[in-house]
Ligand binder design. Structure first.
Ligand SMILES: NC(=O)c1ccc[n+]([C@@H]2O[C@H](COP(=O)([O-])OP(=O)(O)OC[C@H]3O[C@@H](n4cnc5c(N)ncnc54)[C@H](OP(=O)(O)O)[C@@H]3O)[C@@H](O)[C@H]2O)c1
Length: 311
């Protein structure tokens, strides 16, 4: 397959890029920094310099591909608006790829994979399936309408649209779990709330494997959860990390009001109690190789150190 990928230099996108290359797929990656473009090119990938906000920088490339994976996100102020701009550029370009000059479908529908997140579900009273009603906290209140725009774009069959909702990603030296590993190394781990909340988590390579499966599964469309289904409590993750740290770190429970004052709405997202099921992904044959954070801390610490040294 020939895949257009946004976010190839990011946490999720870089794992997806590796998996696509290993799977023998051809990738065109949107990159906004010339130095990073150079690095991506070394993997045998075509890097296109551009920006999510400027469809002219990428639309013509999207039209040449069998589909697009959107794994970029601009955390600068206005990230949600930029994400909408990206969708407004990517989806019409894909539609143009399907509908030829004669005005009818000329090729199989291209795929579009949108990276959302488990947080859209809000706290869950029981393990949530892909069909569960969303209840996003303010931090991601904007996200369900983006998911819907993607799904709606696939309603007439011209695009095979997919929404992936990863849990909190672990692996290498990026993301929320890596932050905990880093804090442990510095002697103090902060936990928002009492730590009894469950976090849905997923190993980065397993998540990337799911993306590749979605690319190659012609019948796949709609919403896919992606988590290891371990239903881990934050306090258990932190206890396992503390046990493996070179020096046992202190653990400080930060009351939600104090966390909110520092982190804003992000604090409430971290305090959510979430359990998810990824039955639709498993039905595609997806089987995560890592089944929990707590059970793999030694390995994750090793990856963390190696990735930091390589950076
Ligand atoms: N990480 C998680 O645990 C997690 C869990 C669930 C859902 N998600 C969702 O997954 C998505 C990606 O997250 P991530 O953790 O992989 O983020 P990330 O590591 O910060 O990566 C973001 C990527 O987007 C690129 N980018 C940012 N602004 C851009 C712009 N204006 N034009 C073009 N490219 C741009 C970045 O490029 P540069 O390298 O140039 O900065 C980078 O490649 C987000 O929507 C996030 O909410 C993440």
């Amino acid at each position: 397959m020939k895949v257009f990928l946004t976010g190839a230099t990011g946490y999720i996108g870089s794992a997806v890029l590796d998996a696509l290359v290993r799977g023998g797929h051809q990738v065109i990656a949107l990159v906004r920094d010339p130095e990073k473009a150079e690095r991506v090119s070394r993997l045998g990938v075509q890097a296109v310099l551009g920006d999510l906000r400027t469809p002219a920088s990428f639309a013509a490339h999207v039209e040449t591909c069998d589909g697009t994976i959107h794994a970029a996100f601009d955390y600068a102020k206005g990230g949600a608006a930029i994400d909408r701009q990206a969708l407004d550029g990517l989806l019409p370009a894909l539609r143009r790829r399907t509908i030829g000059a004669a005005g009818r479908a000329s090729r199989p529908a291209p795929f579009f994979i949108y990276t959302s997140g488990a947080w859209v579900l809000g706290s869950t009273s029981e393990p949530a399936a892909e069909s569960a009603v969303v209840a996003p906290p303010p931090f991601v209140a904007w996200r369900p309408s983006h998911e819907q725009a993607v799904l709606d774009a696939g309603a007439d069959g011209t695009i095979r649209t997919i929404v992936v909702r990863p849990g909190i990603v672990y692996g290498r030296a990026r993301g929320i779990i890596a932050d905990l590993l880093k804090e442990a190394g510095n002697g103090l781990v902060r936990v928002i709330g009492d730590g009894t909340q469950h976090w849905p988590c997923v190993y980065d390579r397993d998540l990337a494997d799911l993306y590749v499966r979605l690319v190659t599964s012609a019948g796949a469309s709609g919403v896919y959860h992606a988590n290891d289904e371990a239903d881990e409590r934050v306090e258990d993750i932190v206890a396992a990390i503390a046990e493996h740290a070179r020096m046992r770190p202190d653990v400080r429970h930060v009351p939600i009001d104090e966390a909110r004052a520092k982190l804003g709405d992000y604090a409430d997202a971290l305090a959510m109690d979430q359990r998810l099921r990824s039955a639709r992904a498993r039905a595609l044959g997806w089987a995560p190789t890592l089944h929990s954070v707590a059970g793999n801390v030694a390995r994750l610490l090793e990856e963390f150190r190696t990735s930091r040294e390589a950076a």
